[in-house]
Design a protein around this ligand. Structure first.
Ligand code: PMP
Length: 408
């Protein structure tokens, strides 16, 4: 079904999984930060590949293979256009995690024991652990950007920190997966640039809600996962400036990434081929192409307006409940509320909420350092997407109040 304007009723009809009941209740899906649901057009595009178009890419000279290659490369072009960059700067990966690992591994011969890599206390483990391993392997220093007690950044203090440490690379998320807080990246990137520091932005959470022009953002690397942008699982991408990408060591080697192979030596192709050895996730890429088409048919500002209004509505209702502690900031937030109720274990509440058909996340959200920073073991996280409506928020608050009544 095509979407020509922001018609929420119509939009919800496009997402078949939203129509189900869970535990005899209509599904209230508030876990889009974990993965978004898929519109029918994405499912159709994936199915069409297997049922009609199936062939490998970049290999055959036969019609099906050439068509598959063309469709596959068209999605790369579409992705590049979506983010305002060039097609040869987009590398397909199996997700944001693999994209970060690709960069961390690829930089091994550029990082020495006199270098510093800076991470943040609020990033996802996927943007912490690869840098720990890289610095351990190279003898480089791992430094941590300062974070205020309330888990917001003091941008001046961060810039001072960067100016002092003159790191080789800063790895930072565009938006926190746990809190939803949006990072004020522009000044951080500016000050990183002034000391020759590369910046890798983890856009896993920001890509859908913030739709960035990466040229304007001026980061060196940007990673995202298709499954958090209405697309299939097992697919993501790395954006990197062309010269920079080509300076990285290959992450995985094998077929399709080579120029020539002898029994003792091989030469590699330029990016993106250099980083795409083996048969790729063709169906995933085609599904993601349909997801981008879907997003392109919507007006991004309409998405933002709707998500922001819903976030404020949900926060207002949540904060009316006595005993709620909210950890997210509300001014610059992609639509995620991270909270606890008194000292109740988040798993208990999440399990009870599931009985009401409410799906939200509980635990440490792959951000154990952030949990330590906040002095908690875990939290509940309700994360919104543009297909949520006020009824979702009302169901959630009604269910939460009932669950709390059971526990108190
Ligand atoms: N970074 C952030 C901020 C995330 O939210 C996630 C997924 N929760 C990842 C990285 C990893 O993404 P994936 O599991 O799709 O590789």
């Amino acid at each position: 079904m095509s979407v020509t304007s922001f018609d929420l009723t119509k939009i919800r009809q496009d997402f078949p999984t939203l129509k189900q009941t869970i535990n005899d209740q209509p599904l209230t899906y508030l876990d889009s930060a974990a993965t978004t649901h898929k519109p029918q057009c994405v499912i159709d595009a994936t199915n069409a590949f297997y049922s009609e178009q199936n062939a490998n890419v970049h290999r055959g000279r036969h019609t099906l293979s050439e068509q598959a290659t063309q469709r596959y490369e068209q999605v790369r072009d579409k992705t590049a256009a979506y983010f305002g960059v060039a097609s040869n700067e987009i590398v397909w990966t199996k997700g944001a995690t693999e994209a970060i690992n690709l960069v961390a591994n690829g930089l091994k011969n550029q990082i020495t024991s006199s270098d510093t890599v800076v991470i943040t206390p609020l990033d996802h483990h996927a943007n912490i652990v690869p840098w720990q391993v890289l610095t351990q392997q190279t003898g480089a220093t791992l430094a941590v950007l300062p974070l205020n007690a309330d888990a917001t950044f003091d941008i001046d203090a961060c810039c001072d920190f960067i100016a002092l440490h003159k790191p080789k690379l800063l790895a930072i998320s565009q938006a926190s997966n746990t809190l939803g807080n949006i990072t004020d990246l522009a000044p951080l990137i500016r000050c990183a640039k002034s000391v020759g520091c590369l910046v890798l932005v983890d856009g896993a959470q920001g890509a859908l809600h913030l739709k960035s022009n990466l040229n304007t953002l001026d980061c060196d690397f940007y990673v995202f996962s298709a499954h958090k942008m209405l697309g299939p699982t097992g697919l993501g991408a790395l954006y990197g400036r062309s010269a920079l990408l080509n300076s990285l060591l290959p992450y995985q080697t094998g077929g399709e990434m080579i120029e020539t192979v002898t029994l003792t030596h091989s030469t590699f192709r330029e990016a993106p081929a250099k980083f795409e050895s083996g048969t790729p996730n063709i169906a995933g890429v085609l599904g993601f192409g349909a997801a981008l088409d879907y997003l392109n048919r919507l007006n991004h500002q309409d998405i933002v307006n709707h998500e922001q209004a819903l976030l404020q509505y949900a926060a207002h209702k949540l904060l009316k409940i006595d005993g709620i502690t909210l950890y997210s900031e509300l001014k610059h937030n992609i639509g995620t509320l991270c909270f606890n109720y008194k000292n109740e274990h988040p798993y208990d509440l999440a399990t009870l909420l599931d009985g009401y058909g409410v799906a939200l996340r509980s635990g440490h959200h792959c951000t154990q350092p952030l949990m330590t920073h906040l002095g908690i073991n875990g939290s509940l996280r309700a994360s919104l997407a543009f297909y949520n409506n006020r009824a979702d928020v009302d169901n959630f608050i009604f269910a939460l109040q009932n669950c709390i009544a059971l526990l108190d």
